[in-house]
Write a protein that binds this ligand. Structure first.
Ligand SMILES: Cc1cc2nc3c(=O)[nH]c(=O)nc-3n(C[C@H](O)[C@H](O)[C@H](O)COP(=O)(O)OP(=O)(O)OC[C@H]3O[C@@H](n4cnc5c(N)ncnc54)[C@H](O)[C@@H]3O)c2cc1C
Length: 486
């Protein structure tokens, strides 16, 4: 007779605290097989990068150290979900699969539809639980914020790890799904944040006890934001922390904080997390479809040369190039600079947003589909409901990197120039070229476009569409779907 078990399927919820599926699975009497599946289809998706999987591996290692105390572990597999589940079901009498609901990409959305069908056909119950304050099947945004606050106010769902019934599997039986080769192929990278619940709590505490002082002042600065922003995004994206844990910790520190305004500003950003993910939860097509269809016929021409210059950090605009080089190497850049990178590719280079969105998703260690795609579209101006913002990269540099510290850090070619020329190298004169031993257009690329001209072009087209009846009609529908009615 097959042993009766339950499965706990870890997805983007790699933590052991405030985890309702795990808590509920432990309360059930059966042994639990805890699994994580590295899916080749997802690993090879255009928005996926080695950095994401390294973060996942670090997270699982951290959880396994904790689980080891209870003679438990998370088993990892490499393979598509259904074949892995099929193998498990052929060996054990699986009663329930527990997991969080996932607001992922179109690929994971389709995969979950297939998994649901497969489990049903095999008599296995899939018990999916709400993830943070994102509500599945939400009909209207009217009461969403009340529901979010209600979720935040509830006690943590902390599992009793000491009550887990030990369960071991023979790895040999699963040899064809071994993840060893994949895991050992991942290169170590010390420039990026390390995954794991333990690390996540350290970062949270350091932010709340010290680093948040100056959050508001530094949030838009590419260099200072690295220290004064929370840097919690990858831990939230991969589920090392729940939103409720962050909110509760913030409340605990609030009374004694000398910078309450900073904490309130942080709190409002945290609220955007679920607000944005809720949009993709309700409209998974936002990954590849314009939010407002009135913008469907713009940016129809593709320019590979422009795209490559943007990707390589060789556009000739120092702040754009510095941000791109930095995010590629470290996996992080702050909100304003993300918005500027999007503005540059979509407004100034006038390229469709989708390729750029996938490329930046690969660079962001915190890639969170529900935030990423709606934010990208918002900055690209394809929603028709948001203010059109076309960032001038030179103005951004003068305002947020006025000493060119960040620019010089990431663009060594400009290090020997005085600040004003590191920000606007096209202003260099022949005399200065000799003095600084720098040839504009050779040592650093000439500007690929003139942003004064591209601004005018983008602004004209985007406003024309925004004022059109078709955009307004669509915008009303979008507002009704995603924004609370008055
Ligand atoms: C084009 C574009 C793409 C983005 N893609 C992602 C993404 O894939 N993953 C991601 O987590 N964030 C994304 N953001 C939002 C934002 O830039 C990051 O959340 C933030 O920079 C992360 O740094 P932090 O944790 O130090 O943020 P903090 O300022 O300390 O904020 C705390 C948390 O609040 C949430 N948050 C902050 N700003 C936003 C925002 N504008 N929208 C939604 N949630 C927010 C995040 O979870 C963040 O970790 C994107 C923004 C833009 C403009």
């Amino acid at each position: 007779m097959k042993t009766k078990i339950n499965i706990l399927w870890f997805k983007r919820d790699l933590r052991l605290q405030d985890h309702l599926p795990l808590k509920t699975a432990i309360e059930n009497d059966l042994s639990i097989l805890m699994i994580y599946i590295f899916e080749p289809s997802l690993i090879s998706a255009p928005y996926s990068d080695e950095r994401h999987w390294r973060f996942v591996v670090d997270s699982i290692k951290d959880l396994n150290i904790k689980l080891n105390k209870y003679y438990q572990q998370i088993y990892t597999f490499y393979g598509e979900v259904i074949p892995v589940l099929k193998r498990i079901i052929s060996l054990y009498d699986v009663k329930n699969v527990y997991s969080h609901q996932e607001t992922g990409t179109w690929l994971t959305f389709q995969r979950d539809i297939e998994v649901k069908k497969f489990l049903k056909e095999n008599g296995v119950k899939w018990r999916e639980f709400q993830n943070n304050a994102v509500i599945r099947g939400l009909k209207s945004r009217d009461s969403w914020n009340e529901k979010r606050i209600d979720y935040l106010s509830k006690p943590f769902d902390n599992p009793r790890l000491d009550k887990i019934k030990p369960f071991k599997i023979d790895n040999e039986i699963f040899a064809s799904f071994s993840s060893d080769k994949f895991i050992s192929s991942l290169n170590f990278n010390h420039c990026m944040q390390k995954g794991g619940e333990t690390e996540a709590h350290k970062v949270l505490n350091s932010f709340l006890s010290e680093r948040h002082i100056g959050y508001t002042k530094n949030i838009s600065r590419p260099e200072e934001s690295r220290l004064h922003c929370s840097r919690l995004s990858p831990y939230l994206a991969w589920g090392n922390l729940s939103i409720r844990q962050v909110e509760r910790a913030k409340n605990n520190f609030y009374k004694t904080s000398p910078a309450k305004k900073d904490l309130l500003a942080f709190q409002s950003r945290v609220a955007w997390h679920c607000h944005f993910i809720q949009k993709l939860e309700s409209e998974p097509e936002y990954e590849f479809k314009n939010i407002n269809s009135a913008y469907d016929n713009i940016r129809t021409e593709w320019n590979e040369k422009y795209f490559n210059a943007w990707k390589e950090g060789l556009t000739g605009y120092p702040l754009v190039d510095a941000c791109m080089r930095c995010v590629k190497e470290t996996g992080y850049i702050n909100f304003r600079m993300r918005a500027m990178l999007v503005s540059f590719i979509t407004h100034h280079l006038w390229l469709d947003w989708k390729e750029g969105a996938n490329f930046l998703a690969k660079q962001f260690l915190d890639f969170e589909p529900g935030i990423h795609f709606p934010q990208f579209q918002m900055q690209a101006g394809t929603t028709g409901i948001n203010t059109i913002r076309i960032y001038n990269p030179t103005k951004q540099a003068l305002e947020h990197d006025s000493e060119a510290v960040f620019i010089k850090k990431w663009i060594p070619e400009l290090r020997n120039l005085p600040t004003y020329l590191a920000i606007e190298p096209w202003k260099i004169n022949p005399f200065e070229e000799t003095e600084y031993n720098f040839t504009y257009g050779k040592d650093y690329p000439a500007r690929i476009v003139d942003t004064e001209l591209t601004y005018r072009n983008a602004n004209k087209i985007l406003w024309q569409i925004k004022k059109s009846q078709s955009s307004k009609t669509e915008a009303e529908k979008i507002l009704a779907r995603h924004v609370k009615s008055k």
